[in-house]
Design a protein around this ligand. Structure first.
Ligand code: HEC
Length: 131
């Protein structure tokens, strides 16, 4: 019984310990988690609304699925994730995604300037201009 009562203390110590580890270990990309690039909530919300439909493992859009799968990205190793994020940055800079033809019939899926800025800040690891 004595041992059990120490469990909560051990848990607190463990939490404090892990919080003390500097988050900057992902050196070249401050926002990206080095283990798995879990998407920040604001990024995820935009992606889910405007990108995920074509870019997920079950997508019927074969071309889109082959080029980018957000689930795989979240599970990917850092180097691979960074390469994919580079591609995402390119597409965003060109304003190429979602595809123009798709937007013709789904104008509500167009990224706003603010959404593009949020995604770019994440994919490049840089802060938004306004911050
Ligand atoms: C209507 C479906 C659709 C939506 C929505 C969509 N995409 Fe795509 N995406 C595609 C298709 C199709 C391709 C492949 C284009 C090609 O090969 O010409 C693609 C390719 C890409 C690529 C890979 C480019 C390359 O050359 O490797 C990236 C990155 C990408 N999309 C990002 C996004 C982002 C970010 C969003 C949301 C803002 C998004 N897409 C929304 C269909 C979609």
């Amino acid at each position: 019984m004595k041992k059990l009562s120490l469990l909560p203390v051990a848990a607190i110590v463990a939490v404090l310990f892990f919080q003390a580890i500097p988050k900057s270990e992902s050196n070249d990309h401050p926002i990206l988690n080095p283990e798995a690039p879990a998407l920040p909530a604001d990024v995820k919300a935009i992606v889910q609304q405007k990108c995920y439909g074509c870019h997920n493992a079950e997508s019927k859009n074969e071309k889109g699925k082959a080029k980018l799968d957000w689930d795989a990205l979240e599970a990917a190793k850092k180097s691979k994730a960074l390469a994919t994020m580079g591609k995402i940055t390119e597409e965003l800079e060109e304003g190429a995604m979602p595809p123009a033809r798709f937007l013709e019939s789904n104008p509500d899926k167009k990224l706003t300037a603010e959404e593009t800025a949020t995604l770019m800040a994440w994919s490049t690891g840089k802060k938004k201009k306004s911050e």
